[in-house]
Structure formats: structure tokens, C-alpha cells
Design a protein around this ligand. Structure first.
Ligand SMILES: NC(=O)c1ccc[n+]([C@@H]2O[C@H](COP(=O)([O-])OP(=O)(O)OC[C@H]3O[C@@H](n4cnc5c(N)ncnc54)[C@H](O)[C@@H]3O)[C@@H](O)[C@H]2O)c1
Ligand SMILES: Nc1ncnc2c1ncn2[C@@H]1O[C@H](COP(=O)(O)OP(=O)(O)OP(=O)(O)O)[C@@H](O)[C@H]1O
Length: 536
């Protein structure tokens, strides 16, 4: 049924009857003593009022019906997506383990560490665990990150992210250790945050502790990503490639544009490999042990965006202006890489947000998919008003509970890593990157009481453009890939299971606080002198 049309027709009938009544009332002159006419006119007024109420409640009912229908369709769509995801998960769990894993062999997590006699933590990445062995830890994707950040040779998978070509060399294996205040945790890493023993609740075993990466075998190949059109970056890149090849015997991958630039300079760089096809880019995480970025924060975002699934450890050299996520000095790259290749390395697990646009099912042409390609962002998804001069109106739901309606310039859904970027500029709090959560920061809200929120990392946020929205909305992902959101479109967002493991220069908290102080000059103020009036 065309609801709008029905509403228009109903509206016009009531409008006509109201109009004729008003005309009749105006034409009817009421004499002082004419009791009949007074009575009649009062009756007409009562009828008029009743008609108006009927027309209003009908319009409300139609609006409500349309809203319920939209909600029903969205739920239907969500259920279909969930079913699809579940099927994929089941497919994955059904896969037989690769040849390299035998159930008779002890798992890495069960083997003891020959060096120190301690048990290896669950983060061991040398072998293949049965896919369901850790299925509880990454419920959404059904895949544990730790299972993927390891050698994949010999494995067969029908998931596009996991398909891979035969490898020339084995990827170096490593394990992750969880510790606290610089001390290695003797207990295995646990995903349990709250434990309950003898009736006492304790959170002594928190999951977000300092994480150390320990190489089991030395890294063999690196992927260098460079800020484009920057001569100083290209110069360092050339030097670094020669040093890695000649001094360390490490293979190098670069982007195709960089390879062309290198070959224009010298045929020496024929030894460098490039990922030319989309498939090769998809598989690069199975071939490289480290990702090196030379540039600013934008290059780190660029690197993260290349990996639509697992990401190898990332080492970022600062060659930009701010460098919040680039802790290493490029002039000291030899010392830094030497230390990193040897390990152990402190890492910050920078969480990413997974988001998907779902188009208004009514506006989607038959046969077209209403669910658009997914995005993984390291900083944020920003939804703004684009070129429109009207307020954006965004209805926000948290796990399907209505949260609020954003009326203003827009909304930022940010990761803790992105908390120091756009979200900060919009008044959001700065959050340590290891704090799990999703920042909900409005952009110039037209309300005095709209404070930013930080939501727990396990929620799903839905941002809906209402049907009667006056303004437009545009979504951008880490400042890129801008896409228009039309009436009835929605954006779903939740924490991804694929973080960016970023190597630290000193250690996660020290690096973060240093960036806050040196990069943003946080709370910089001249100290007050000791001389002058005192309170006593
Ligand atoms: N008003 C704002 O502050 C504003 C507006 C638009 C975009 N941005 C940010 O720019 C990012 C895109 O970066 P780009 O380099 O491609 O664009 P860009 O070249 O325009 O640089 C944006 C600036 O943001 C800084 N930055 C990026 N990520 C950061 C982080 N996590 N912490 C602290 N600073 C960070 C960069 O160092 C750079 O100085 C977006 O993800 C968004 O966060 C900020
Ligand atoms: N490998 C790459 N290929 C294409 N574009 C890239 C690449 N690396 C970075 N960019 C883009 O180049 C732009 C500038 O990069 P970057 O932010 O690293 O340098 P910057 O602006 O000098 O540093 P900062 O962000 O610290 O101010 C960003 O928009 C980024 O997305």
C-alpha cells in the first residue's frame, strides 16, 4: 500500500470538511437572542474539534505504521545478515585442520617454554589450533585473531580473506605474552575479566595488560608503506631496503607505485616485491612478518586500511607533522629495527571498528543488495551534514535500544586510538588505546546537554537517517571513502576482531602519554611562582 498516498487522501478529505465548516461558521451570524443558532454553532465547533482529532490520530497511526514497517524490514535484514554470518562461521568451524596440525601433538598453548620452563601463553602463534578451540573469545567473527596471525602454509580455506597462494618462505612465528607494570605475567592470558571463587568476585585477571611480542623465529619479510610524493621518505625507504637486504637478509614488499619509483632509480630494486593484484593485497598478511610505515598518522591509517582482516605487527616511523601513532624516529631506523627484529617488543593492540551501510530496502532496486561493502576503521566513522546547510537528524540505537537523536552537524563513532583525532576536536575525551570501548561524540549538537559518551566495546551501534529527515548525511571512514546516507539508510557499527598490533617505542602507556604531552601539548601551562600571597 502507498502509505504516503493514503495519508494525503485522508488528509485532503478532512481538510475539505474542516474548511467547509469554518466557512459555514463565518457565514452564520449569531444574534443575541438566537439560542438555537448559538447551540448549533457550538455543536458545529464540537464536530470540527472531533474531526480534527480524528484526522490527527489517523496521521499519527499512519506514521506509526510506516515506522513499524521500517523497523520490521530492518530487523528482517539484520536477521538475514546474522544468518549469513552464522553460516560462514559454521563453514569455518567445519573445516578440517591443516596438514601441519595433528590432534595427537600437544598444542602450543599446552607446550612448556623450553627457555624458562614456564608455560607458553595462549597467544602462542606457532602452530594451528582447532578453529573452535578459542571460539568464545571473538564471538562476532567466530575466528580468534590469534589463530590467524600465524603461518598459514598448507591451510585450505574457502573464506576469501583466508585464501592464499603458495608461499616462498615460512612466515616467522611469534607468541604474545601478557604482563603488568613491566613484569611478565606467569599465568596464561585469559579472556575472563571477572572470576568467581569461594563466593568472592575479583577482577584480578584483567585482559588488557601490557602485551609483549616474542619472536619464535626471526622475521623474514617486511612490507614498507610510504607517504607518497615525499622525497625524504623515498630516500629513507631506499636506504632501508638496502640495509634490510644486505645486513639482515630480509625480503621487502612495497606498493606498486613505490616499486616503479625505485626501479626508475636503480635496477638494484628488482629484488623488491610488489602486491599488484587485489588478491595479492588480500593475501599479503600471510607473507609478511612486519609492516613498516614511513610517513605521518595518515600513512598508518592507509596501512591499516590495506588489511581487511588480520594485520601483522606494524612499526611506524615518524615522517609527518604530528605523528601521534608513529613513535619511532626515522633517523634511528637501524637501531630501532635491530631491536624489533630481535624482540621482545611491546605492542599496543589498536582496536578497529567494523561498519556497514544498509540502504533503505524501499529505495533499493530489485536484485540489488541493500548491504554495502564493510569498512574497518582505525580512527573513526564520521557522519556529517556534507554540503547541506540543515541540521542532520540521526537516530541512534545501542544494541537496538533507542539511544538518542543527534540534531547538529553530525556524529563521530571513534575507537580509543581515534580519540585523539577528530573526536578530540569535537570535544570527546582522550582515551588510552588499550581501553576497550567505542566513543560516541556529537559534532556541534544543537542542544546544551549533549555530552560525549564512551560505550562498552561489545555493543552494536545503529545510526539511522529518519524518513522525514530534512538534511543530508554523509559518512566517511578514517576521513576517506565519503558516502551519502539517504532517508531510511542505516549504518551498523561494532568492534572488529582484527586489531592493529602497533609496535611501541618504549611501552604502550609511556608512548601514549608522550604523544599526548609532546604532540598535543596537553595541559601545558607556565608553573606559578612560589612567591606571593598564600592561603595561611
Ligand atoms: N577537525 C578535525 O580535527 C578533523 C577533521 C577531519 C579529519 N580529521 C582526522 O583526520 C584523520 C585522517 O587523517 P589523514 O592524515 O588521512 O588526514 P590529514 O592529512 O587531513 O591529517 C589530519 C591530522 O590528524 C592527525 N591524526 C590522524 N589520526 C590521528 C590520531 N589517531 N591521533 C591524533 N592525531 C591524528 C594527523 O596527524 C594529521 O595532523 C581522520 O581519521 C580524522 O580523525 C580531523
Ligand atoms: N601509501 C600511500 N598511498 C597513498 N596515499 C597515502 C599513502 N600513505 C599516506 N597516504 C595519504 O597521504 C596523506 C598524508 O599522509 P600523512 O598523514 O602520513 O602525512 P602528513 O600529512 O605529512 O603527516 P601528519 O598526518 O602527521 O600531519 C594522507 O591523507 C594519507 O591518507
Amino acid at each position: 500500500m502507498d502509505l504516503d498516498c493514503g495519508k494525503r487522501q485522508n488528509g485532503s478529505i478532512h481538510a475539505c470538511s474542516q474548511r467547509s465548516m469554518e466557512e459555514h461558521l463565518q457565514e452564520t451570524s449569531i444574534g443575541d437572542g438566537d439560542a438555537h443558532l448559538v447551540e448549533f454553532s457550538e455543536a458545529m465547533r464540537a464536530v470540527k474539534k472531533a474531526l480534527r482529532q480524528v484526522s490527527e490520530s489517523k496521521a499519527r497511526a499512519l506514521d506509526e505504521a510506516a515506522e513499524w514497517r521500517r523497523k520490521y524490514e530492518m530487523e528482517h535484514l539484520r536477521a538475514a545478515i546474522l544468518e549469513q554470518k552464522q553460516k560462514k562461521r559454521e563453514q569455518y568451524i567445519d573445516q578440517s585442520p591443516p596438514d601441519s596440525w595433528s590432534p595427537a601433538e600437544p598444542l602450543d598453548s599446552e607446550k612448556s617454554d623450553p627457555e624458562n620452563g614456564e608455560e607458553s601463553p595462549v597467544g602462542s602463534v606457532n602452530g594451528w589450533l582447532p578453529p573452535h578451540s578459542n571460539s568464545e573469545c571473538c564471538k562476532r567473527e567466530g575466528i580468534c585473531t590469534q589463530q590467524i596471525l600465524r603461518s598459514h602454509s598448507g591451510s585450505t580455506s574457502n573464506m576469501s580473506l583466508l585464501t592464499r597462494a603458495p608461499q616462498a618462505a615460512e612466515k616467522a612465528s611469534f607468541r604474545l605474552q601478557w604482563g603488568c607494570a613491566g613484569k611478565k605475567d606467569s599465568r596464561n592470558h585469559t579472556h575472563d575479566v571477572v572470576s568467581f571463587e569461594c563466593g568472592n568476585i575479583t577482577t584480578a585477571s584483567r585482559s588488557s595488560k601490557q602485551i609483549t611480542l616474542v619472536w619464535n623465529s626471526p622475521p623474514q619479510s617486511v612490507f614498507i608503506l610510504c607517504k607518497p610524493s615525499a622525497s625524504d621518505v623515498t630516500a629513507i625507504c631506499k636506504e632501508m631496503i638496502r640495509w634490510l637486504k644486505e645486513e639482515k637478509g630480509i625480503g621487502v614488499y612495497v606498493e606498486p607505485s613505490m616499486k616503479r619509483e625505485l626501479l626508475d632509480d636503480s635496477s638494484y630494486f628488482r629484488c623488491v616485491q610488489a602486491c599488484e593484484t587485489e588478491q595479492e593485497v588480500h593475501e599479503v598478511h600471510t607473507k609478511v612478518d612486519l609492516v613498516i610505515t614511513l610517513g605521518g598518522d595518515g600513512t598508518v591509517l592507509w596501512a591499516a586500511n590495506m588489511f581487511k582482516g588480520p594485520v601483522p605487527p606494524v612499526v611506524s616511523f615518524s615522517m609527518g607533522s604530528l605523528g601521534f601513532m608513529t613513535p619511532f624516529r626515522s633517523d634511528r631506523y637501524k637501531d630501532c629495527l635491530q631491536t624489533l627484529i630481535k624482540g621482545p617488543v611491546y605492542i599496543t593492540l589498536r582496536h578497529r571498528l567494523h561498519c556497514q551501510i544498509i540502504r533503505n530496502p524501499e529505495a533499493v532496486k530489485e536484485g540489488d543488495d541493500p548491504c554495502e561493502e564493510t569498512h574497518l576503521v582505525l580512527n573513526e566513522i564520521a557522519i556529517d551534514r556534507g554540503m547541506s546547510s540543515f541540521l542532520t537528524n540521526l537516530e541512534c540505537y545501542c544494541d537496538d535500544i533507542f539511544l538518542t537523536s543527534v540534531q547538529g552537524d553530525g556524529l563521530i563513532l571513534s575507537t580509543p586510538s581515534g580519540s585523539t583525532a577528530y573526536s578530540l576536536a569535537a570535544g570527546g575525551s582522550m582515551v588510552h588505546p588499550q581501553v576497550p570501548g567505542i566513543l560516541f561524540t556529537p559534532i556541534c549538537p544543537h542542544s546544551l546537554s549533549f555530552r560525549p559518551l564512551i560505550l562498552p566495546e561489545y555493543v552494536t551501534i545503529r545510526v539511522q537517517v529518519p524518513r522525514n529527515s530534512r538534511g543530508q548525511a554523509w559518512a566517511s571512514f578514517d576521513g576517506k571513502d565519503r558516502q551519502q546516507l539517504n532517508e531510511g539508510d542505516a549504518l551498523l557499527c561494532h568492534m572488529s576482531a582484527w586489531p592493529v598490533p602497533a609496535a611501541c617505542d618504549i611501552e604502550s602507556t609511556t608512548d601514549f602519554l608522550q604523544s599526548v604531552r609532546d604532540g598535543l601539548h596537553w595541559n601545558l601551562r607556565k608553573r606559578q611562582g612560589s612567591e606571593g600571597p598564600t592561603s595561611n
